[in-house]
Design a protein around this ligand. Sequence first.
Ligand code: ASP
Length: 344
Amino acid sequence: MSINRRNFINLSSLGIAGFSLQGFVNKQNLPTLKPIVIATWDAGLNANKGAWEVLSKGGSALDAVEKGVMVTEDEISCCVGLGANPDRDGHVTLDASIMDHEFNCGSVAFLERIKHPISVARRVMEKTPHVMLVGEGAQQFAVSEGFTLESGNLSESADKSYKQWLKKSTYKPVINVERKTSTSQLEDKFKAPARLSNGEWNHDTIGMVALDANGNLSGSCTTSGAGFKLRGRVGDSPIIGAGLYVDNEVGAVVATGQGEDVIRVAGASAVVELMRQGKSPQDACRLVVEKVRRIKKEKAADIQVCFIALNKNGEHGSYALHKGFNYAVQTNDGSKLIESPFSV
Ligand code: ASP
């Protein structure tokens, strides 16, 4: 269906006229912007490239969000994939989840020695009657599906970080550690390096949501969670409804930051429900972040919680508890990094 002038004006008034207009006009009479993929943090730029290879050829959002975050799982970063910081006992344990446009979902948690947890999560979704497998069972399943059992050795940088951390063995969250580039807008206290040289407790996650050319949404999330965590700790990322949620009638949401506090508010699902009630993606994210802030009171100063959201029309938004969060967007118009609005 062609886009008429009235619809174009609607779109302009939303401040998103810079995007190409493609596809159909949906029930709300808004032109849909698709395909589109968004992903957390600077690492999202590269991850989106992986997803775009699929989306730009008319591929599914599901394939795109798997391929996209695999790019980050392959990179050595502070906290995604096997190169990430270990738990306090020196083992890298990984969490991941994936969800498609038909409420199919799969996840793995506390998974060791497997390079692509996101692909194991997809196999859980597609090949088992379950949603979630953890630990040894998840690893056994992965191996039975043909995934290679890797060595379990720490990457050089993780090994260095861990040795450093062992000297103090303290848990001290450092917010925005995921961010790889500093910007002039960031104050010094938020200019955290990708990996902390003193090995302090930190977080990182790649979360991605996409809308494909057919108008279907999907999402993925993969992480080592919190560096130097207690052995067995699982965060929000593999918990469907907390770290990730997709409802194809409404939108898709993924979280990053302090997983415990995302779980507490059933974060991603809460954001989707607010969008269902008519909130914009940014407002929906903001309301849930504000709830975390209320619940945590003065402790909110020590944690970061962030959401990114994409609705059925291809509108996107984010909100973070603290300054310093960013997310990457890829459309037919190219790729960009967006500074997230924040609460404090
Ligand atoms: N949310 C992840 C977790 O708590 C970590 C992060 O996103 O930084 O496991």
